[in-house]
Ligand binder design. Structure first.
Ligand code: ATP
Ligand code: MG
Length: 420
């Protein structure tokens, strides 16, 4: 193992690609911020119990994918595998739901950890931006979240994604369906582990990725046929709201998602350019989660979008985000005296809000101008002994190549004017 190798299933974000990641996070967050969602940040780890109860003991996430650890003090912790349970825990702990302003709308952004088999688009450390709307049952809220995710993807220029939509029913109708499904599944030719899953979490079997399993599921009972009237009406309302907003979606009866706590509306965003790891985001309503972790009844809905896969989706569609260069002005001093003077100019520019960088290390003109070019700066400031003696610096427009002498005292104002 090389000393410089990141752990298996992880990778580093480095410039210039890291700028795309930041832009994607920002693009997903922007519609949320503009829609009344407040920022929340929770620890990178929680008591393992929270995920066991809040994500579900029968899910892959909890049984196979969670990084758990025992602290020196004996606490059982887990690196967070997902965001919803933590956000709800934090909202309850801070009594946000009691402030009399429901729903509590929150957004978050951060790192998540799952011990998975690493492959393209599947990592052990990945990044999500998520949103949760806590404490209200209203189809408009479900629709709002789906519309905002759609808006975020579109703002990035993504087009080859699809929205899959389903309803999982509620505590009235889901148990009836669950039993019908179990009866059907027990007669199939399945391996031991899957047979166990039938008894613990039969809906998850519908999510099985293997072709031979999927083939046997063709005639499985459909949840749609079991939805109670309230769930049906709710789902129809969500569908109508999306249609009215011009958001195209596909009904997907087999969409059950990996987590135990979803009720009613469930959805996934898939991208057709990503191969096997096609889900770029997903979410849904989780009316029972709060009670499951010991809180009051708080019907809620949310989603999490994967930043890593969204970046891969951009690459798959050949989209290059129009990212402005970070540096506007690059200063190239020639000689000791010029170094001090130009560094003073750069400091002044920065304080005036103009992004400026500097050729460090006393390099020659040629090498320094190469760095100026690479920085993407629109203007270079060059000064040598003779310029300083005359009280000027050379201001070079890197686009046109035009160069003019500007009095030192006027450089900042001149650049501010030219950069608009
Ligand atoms: P999958 O079916 O691909 O395992 P999931 O259902 O486990 O996805 P969620 O728990 O819904 O995924 O997480 C939401 C999003 O987070 C996913 O759509 C995906 O974009 C991203 N994501 C989940 N797991 C990983 C991972 N191991 N590596 C990179 N991104 C991930
Ligand atoms: Mg998964």
């Amino acid at each position: 193992m090389s000393t410089f190798q990141a752990p298996k299933g992880t990778y580093d974000l480095t410039p210039p690609r890291s700028a795309t990641f930041l832009a994607v996070r920002e693009a997903i967050a922007a519609p949320l911020r503009d829609s009344g969602y407040g920022y929340i940040e929770t620890p990178g780890f929680e008591n393992v119990e929270l995920f066991a109860r809040g994500v579900g003991e029968s899910t892959d996430i909890v049984t196979k994918e969670m990084y758990t650890l025992t602290t020196k003090g004996g606490d059982q912790l887990a690196l967070r595998p997902e965001g919803t349970a933590s956000v709800l825990r934090a909202a309850l702990e801070s009594n946000l739901h009691k402030a009399g302003n429901l729903p509590v709308k929150l957004w978050y952004s951060g790192s998540y950890y799952r011990y998975e088999r690493p492959q393209a688009g599947r990592y052990r450390h990945f990044s999500q931006v998520g949103a949760e709307a806590i404490g209200t049952e209203d189809p408009v809220l479900d629709a709002e979240l789906i519309i905002l995710a759609d808006q975020a993807y579109r703002s990035l220029g993504l087009r080859q994604f699809r929205i899959l939509l389903n309803s999982l029913g509620d505590k009235e109708c889901r148990p009836v369906y669950r039993e019908a499904l179990q009866t059907f599944l027990r007669d199939l030719d399945l391996d031991e582990e899957t047979r166990r899953r039938i008894e613990i979490n039969p809906l998850r079997v519908l999510d099985d990725k293997r072709a031979d399993v999927q083939k046997q599921l063709t005639d499985a009972p459909k949840l749609r046929d079991y939805l109670c009237d309230a769930c049906k009406a709710y789902h129809e309302e969500v569908r109508a709201l999306l249609t009215a907003a011009g958001v195209v979606f596909e009904d997907d009866e087999k969409l059950v998602r990996g987590l135990d706590y979803y009720t009613r509306t469930t959805f996934e965003f898939v991208h057709d350019g990503l191969g096997a790891q096609s889900a770029v985001g997903g979410g849904g309503r989780y009316d029972g989660l709060s009670e499951m972790i010991g809180g009051p009844e708080l019907p809620s809905v949310g989603w999490a979008l994967g930043v890593d896969r969204t970046v891969l989706a951009l690459e798959a569609e050949g989209i290059e985000l129009d990212l402005p260069y970070a540096t506007s002005v690059y200063a190239v001093p020639l000689g000791e005296e010029a170094r001090r003077v130009l560094f003073g100019v750069v400091t002044g520019l920065r304080r005036a809000g103009i992004a400026a960088d500097f050729a460090f290390g006393g390099r020659g003109l040629k090498g320094a101008m190469k760095s100026a070019n690479r920085s993407g700066a629109r203007y270079a400031l060059v000064a040598g002994e003779r310029d300083l003696a005359e009280g000027v610096v050379q201001l070079k427009d890197m686009e046109s190549g035009e160069q003019s002498a500007v009095p030192l005292t006027e450089v900042a104002a001149e650049l501010a004017k030219r950069l608009g």
